[in-house]
Ligand binder design. Structure first.
Ligand SMILES: Nc1ncnc2c1ncn2[C@@H]1O[C@H](COP(=O)(O)OP(=O)(O)O)[C@@H](O)[C@H]1O
Ligand SMILES: [Mg+2]
Length: 492
């Protein structure tokens, strides 16, 4: 763990389901840790009761009172820690830190809070290194006053309002933290109180050991002092110094913001701050509501409270977080804060762009598919056409071939007939043997063979063979052969 926090629990130390990760801060009453809830995989902030005036850590974990004399004070504070933890747990307000759990361990007690991503107002002011404008200040303080109002309604005072106890979430909504001082009154426990008060921010009545005269006006003073720091760049003069001057009949060393910052902020805003920082508590606004009305009397009429200078989130931290909490933001903050709105607009634009990209892609894809289908159909048509033409050409060729073969055959038969009638014995014999081959398929050749045997052309006269060939030729459809066969008495 960091060198600055030698008294802290070691990193990795387990407290029930929580594993200590780092120290967020250490004050008079205890140490605040960032820890991981290993069951829920989400970060929490854990405050450990360890009043450094009267207790210390023994070994790595246990907390013990410094002396027997301190034991009672330590125990008394421990009880208050528990009581006020319970009181605080009742508040479910967006601008009050949310208490999740309270438990006892290591002879001390622990308060588990929701972990907030952001930075304290003190860190923020240091980082931007300038004073806040009225709008910026109201963006922080209006919600804080609403939270404080709720705390007062619950009969609790904060007692330690200052820039380091106002936490700004990354969405810029503020949250009031560190109710440590709220746990202690002044009834003789000065050992605990001595380190509570932060010079400049605490009113004088919080210095007195009887704890009297404290009320809502005491928190009003601290809020006024915090606002003073935001617009003046430094905290107001310490109440003790003011008291000393007043006792001596010297002028109050408080620097009046109405005069000092005239023209830079609205009059009512500056007057409200001066009123809240009145040394005498009776002269201050007595309630948060009263102070709020004074502070915002001009902005109430004009609804234009604009942007708070926003923080950019520490991305490492956000990536580091397994779960990022989303908390409701008060109306005033959401009005003031323009970042979420511009983020929303950006998100909507990105979504619209993505949708139109998807639609265009789908249309392009459909168009390509359609073109492909058309090309396929055209290709199929041309293939069918080609095969049809090929078939036609083949048929034509076959017909022409048949005609040619028929013509050639007729020519052969004509020559054969001529040779049989007019040729000599030898020529007739050759033709007869040629006709015998042709006669296998040709009806005319059959008829001529019948004729050859009938007249003894190149062969011996054979009426029986002659009749057989006439008959075959007639059966194959040759009309002439049919007539010859029927007329020939030799065939009977
Ligand atoms: N709930 C929280 N979420 C995130 N950080 C926190 C939370 N509570 C406290 N812190 C951080 O721890 C620091 C110390 O806590 P705080 O409650 O103010 O104790 P103290 O001032 O007594 O040390 C704060 O300034 C803040 O930076
Ligand atoms: Mg603090």
């Amino acid at each position: 763990m960091e060198d600055d926090y030698k008294n802290s629990l070691p990193k990795g130390c387990k407290l029930y389901e929580y594993r200590i990760d780092s120290v967020l801060g250490a004050g008079a009453f205890g140490i605040t840790y960032k820890a991981l809830d290993v069951n829920l995989s989400q970060y929490v902030a854990i405050k450990e009761y360890l009043p450094n005036n009267c207790a210390f850590r023994q070994g790595q974990t246990t907390v013990v009172a410094k002396s027997n004399h301190d034991k009672e004070t330590y125990q008394w504070g421990l009880n208050r820690f528990g009581d006020e933890g319970k009181n605080l747990a009742k508040f479910k307000h967006p601008n009050i830190v949310r208490i999740l759990r309270y438990f006892v361990a290591n002879d001390t007690a622990y308060l588990v809070m929701e972990y907030e991503n952001g930075e304290s107002l003190e860190e923020y002011l240091k980082r931007i290194n300038r004073c806040l404008t009225e709008n910026e200040a109201l963006a922080i303080f209006k919600p804080i006053l609403e939270g404080l109002q709720a705390v007062h309604e619950g009969n609790l005072l904060h007692r330690d309002i200052k820039p380091s106890n106002i936490f700004l979430r990354y969405n810029s909504s503020p949250v009031l933290i560190d109710f440590g001082a709220a746990r202690y009154d002044l009834s003789g426990k000065s050992c605990l109180m001595s380190e509570v008060l932060t010079p400049g921010f605490a009113p004088f009545e919080q210095n007195t050991s009887d704890g009297k005269n404290q009320g809502a006006w005491s928190d009003v003073y601290a809020v006024g002092a915090t606002l003073y720091r935001c617009i003046m760049g430094k905290r107001p003069v310490d109440a003790n110094l003011r008291a000393a001057a007043l006792v001596e009949d010297n002028p109050d060393p408080y620097i009046n913001v109405k005069q000092h910052l005239a023209g830079r902020y609205s009059v009512s805003f500056l007057e409200a701050i001066d009123a809240s920082l009145q040394f005498r508590h009776q002269k201050r606004p007595q309630t948060i509501l009263e102070f709020q009305n004074l502070l915002c009397s001009e902005t109430n009429n004009s609804p234009k409270i604009t942007a708070l200078p926003l923080m950019s989130p520490n991305t490492d931290e956000i990536l580091d977080d397994t779960v990022i909490n989303v908390r409701p933001v008060t109306n005033s903050v959401s009005k003031i804060n323009s970042k979420p709105r511009s983020m929303k607009i950006k998100i909507v634009i990105v979504i619209i762009f993505l949708i139109s990209l998807v639609i265009t892609s789908v249309k392009v894809y459909q168009y390509i598919q359609h073109e492909k289908e058309l090309a396929l159909i055209a290709e199929q048509k041309s293939i069918a056409e080609k095969s049809r033409l090929k078939k036609l050409a083949l048929e034509k060729y076959q017909k022409e071939k048949q005609i040619l073969v028929k013509q050639q055959r007729l020519q052969i038969l004509k020559v054969a007939e001529d040779v049989l009638i007019n040729g000599n014995q030898k020529q007739q014999k050759i033709k007869m043997s040629q006709l015998a081959k042709l006669a296998i398929t040709d009806a005319d050749a059959m008829r001529l063979l019948g004729l050859g045997y009938y007249w003894g052309m190149g062969v011996a006269i054979d009426y029986e063979l002659s009749c057989q060939w006439y008959k075959k030729s007639a059966e194959a459809g040759n009309q002439e052969a049919k007539v010859f066969y029927e007329k020939s008495t030799k065939c009977r």
